[in-house]
Design a protein around this ligand. Structure first.
Ligand code: SF4
Length: 236
């Protein structure tokens, strides 16, 4: 990592209050802590590198301030970048959030399963990505995704797949079957990719997602198509 964390310090892009715009908790008010940096490279990544180093006390003070000003929040949402890169910091942050009686929602690319095993006891919801190589342009992480989901099912979990017209059907099917092997009832969110335009504005892509939803329903019983709500309504 360019800025390795410690138990007391991490590189944070922003802390803010907004509506959750993705997944099964759409529309809830969340307090977001966005960590800088990721360990993979998706071609569509829109992460802005505007982080600053913050101490644990500074993060907790900002969380308390926003909870008082704009709360109550349904969850503190850890997002990124990839929050699990900050394992050593999370071991300090997560118990502190629990002491404030806040619930933790972890948004993750679903790869760093060893780190998840370490912190899952403090998490309430896992919003896990599966990253098909045919869409991300990175390598295929299916064996890591499988191990990650095997741990994540201890808690409330859903899987999000960001999909473009480049998706290979065989890769998609394989990932749906990994999910269904663990539990066919795990919600799967198919999210149209956002690059040049927001994906929901692309009728061909939405039609393709409909076909993928029908196909995947042979194995998984809860596949939904959900565009990014915060982009449609121009929220933060
Ligand atoms: S996992 Fe997320 S943060 Fe990491 S490169 Fe992909 S889109 Fe960007």
């Amino acid at each position: 990592m360019q800025y390795p964390p410690s138990a007391d310090r991490a590189r944070i892009s922003e802390i803010f209050s907004s509506l959750q715009g993705e997944g099964t908790h759409l529309g809830e008010r969340h307090l977001f802590i966005r960590f800088e940096e990721c360990h993979i490279q998706c071609t569509y990544c829109d992460e802005v590198k505007t982080g600053v180093e913050m101490t644990l006390d500074q993060v907790i003070e900002e969380v308390k301030r926003l909870e008082a000003l704009e709360g109550p929040h349904a969850f503190v949402s850890l997002t990124g970048g990839e929050p699990l890169l900050y394992l050593v910091f999370l071991r300090s942050l997560l118990p502190a959030l629990k002491n404030l009686e806040l619930k933790v929602y972890l948004e993750t690319n679903g790869i760093l399963w060893q780190a998840l095993e370490d912190v899952i006891g403090w998490c309430d919801v896992i919003a896990m990505d599966m990253k098909p190589a045919s869409v991300t342009g990175d390598k295929n992480y299916d064996s890591d995704h499988r191990r990650f989901l095997q741990t994540a099912v201890q808690k409330e979990v859903f899987v999000k797949m960001v999909l473009s017209k480049e998706i290979f059907f065989t890769e998609y099917e394989n990932e749906i079957r990994i999910i269904a092997d663990i539990d066919p009832r795990i919600p799967v969110i198919l999210q149209p990719i956002s690059s040049r335009i927001e994906g929901h504005d692309d009728p061909e892509l939405m039609e393709l997602l409909g076909r993928l939803q029908r196909n995947g329903s042979q194995w998984a019983s809860n596949i939904r198509i959900v565009p990014r709500f915060h982009k449609i309504f121009n929220l933060r």
